[in-house]
Ligand binder design. Structure first.
Ligand code: NAD
Length: 380
């Protein structure tokens, strides 16, 4: 009998015939890219009879302006009743006051921690059509296909932060705390090994064990977990070396598993292998099917409101949602194929535009993906 409330909620979700998606667009370019992903989901819904329903709520800076908190209790409860969350991004200069105690990121942390979404999967696959969009040389990039498994509910981002304060000696200080427990490390490393078994069977655990005690524990636990997977090649790498190896020889990696902040930083770097921050999707999962899907990028205030953001990372995140939370790999593949067709036809948002390609705005890119979906059905 199921007793864990999360397992019970998951069992109910499995029975759901009308999957509910919480759309939390957030701030900056969040609403622009989410609108395109929803448009694509609605088109694929019609084709595949998914019976999707959408619930919307404001989070982040927009929620602070409206309600004084980054996410309200009732919106969190609304998400709990959904099968998955599609999120844009939160934050921006308006809410950047260093003294502020209410911050847009608190919405992300509450969702991640509240739903126990400890595994953040960030696939990084170089698309041969876009190889020229990367600042890295083609011969280094070709064939790059890696997965970063980032721990998402521990480490520095969840340690108790201090305010900025004056120490007794008069010096202004601030303190963050980094903590990891053996079970927290074990479950994420185990996830990475399981995923590696479905790929090229290689795991690189990334830490800073020469300096940090949390990393020394990380390495100890990762090495113990690796013994349970003798069929998977296992190695350790220091994070500073990894940041260099990612641009020197990205093909050496299959699955990278690492702690929260290292994974955050390494994937922004890895996005440049693919050509843009606007191309990398992500899935955040716990032990069940429920998941949160979002692009790896932030709210990009420098381009917000201009209609030029690349929506493909969010559209591809919605494909991950169909595959991992809604059990519809067929529908996910349709979206991925449509995105590929649009890129193969030479359409690009400004971040990946190149000579000989056609520049389109955010909403046009979404329309083109929808059109490609319809063409695929018509041709079938
Ligand atoms: P960012 O990811 O928002 O932007 C970095 C650079 O990449 C910018 O030049 C931006 O224009 C570009 N970029 C990002 N997404 C793009 C897209 N879809 N298409 C084209 N170009 C794109 O990072 P930042 O500028 O350091 O942070 C801006 C705000 O976002 C901050 O308030 C930060 O806290 C927040 N942030 C939120 C999340 C999240 O919601 N998950 C993640 C990271 C940063």
């Amino acid at each position: 009998m199921l007793t864990d409330p999360f397992a019970i909620a998951d069992a109910y979700r499995m029975l759901s015939v009308m999957p509910k998606i919480a759309v939390l667009a957030g701030d900056g370019i969040g609403p622009e890219v989410c609108a395109e992903a929803v448009k694509v989901l609605q088109a694929v819904d019609q084709q595949h009879e998914l019976n999707l329903t959408f619930e919307r709520a404001v989070i982040g800076g927009a929620a602070i302006d409206q309600y004084g908190v980054a996410i309200t209790d009732s919106d969190f409860a609304m998400c709990e009743k959904c099968d998955a969350i599609l999120l844009g991004a939160v934050g921006g200069p308006k809410w950047d006051d260093p003294e502020a105690t209410v911050r847009p990121e608190q919405a992300l942390f509450r969702l991640r921690f509240g739903f126990k979404l400890y595994a953040n999967l960030r696939p990084v696959k170089v698309n041969s059509t876009l190889i020229g969009a990367s600042p890295i040389r083609q011969e280094v990039l070709e064939g790059t296909d890696l997965l970063v498994v980032r721990e998402l509910t521990g480490g520095l981002y969840f340690g108790k932060p201090s305010k900025i304060f004056k120490a007794p000696n008069g010096v202004t200080k601030a303190v963050d705390t980094m903590a990891y427990s053996q079970p927290e490390i074990e479950r994420i490393v185990d996830t990475a090994f399981k995923l590696a078994r479905e790929r090229r069977k290689k795991v690189t655990s990334v830490d800073k064990a020469n300096v940090l005690s949390t990393s020394r524990l990380w390495r100890q636990v990762a090495t113990a977990v690796a013994k349970r997977y003798p069929d998977v090649e296992y190695g350790n790498m220091l994070v500073d070396n990894c940041s260099m190896q990612l641009i020197r020889d990205p093909r050496q990696f299959d699955v990278i598993v690492t702690e929260n902040m290292f994974g955050d930083i390494l994937t922004d770097e890895a996005s440049q292998l693919t050509g843009s921050m606007g191309l990398l999707p992500s899935a955040s999962l716990g032990t069940g099917k429920f998941g949160l899907y979002e692009p790896i990028h932030g709210s990009a205030p420098d381009i917000a409101g201009k209609g030029i953001a690349n929506p493909l990372a969010t559209i591809l995140s919605s494909a991950l949602m169909l595959r991992l939370s809604l059990n519809r790999p067929d529908a996910a593949e349709t979206i991925e194929t449509a995105v590929q067709r649009v890129l193969d036809s030479g359409y690009r948002t400004v971040d990946i535009v190149a000579p000989g390609t056609k520049q389109v705005p955010t909403d046009e890119m979404g329309n083109l993906v929808v059109e490609a979906l319809r063409e695929a059905v018509a041709a079938a």
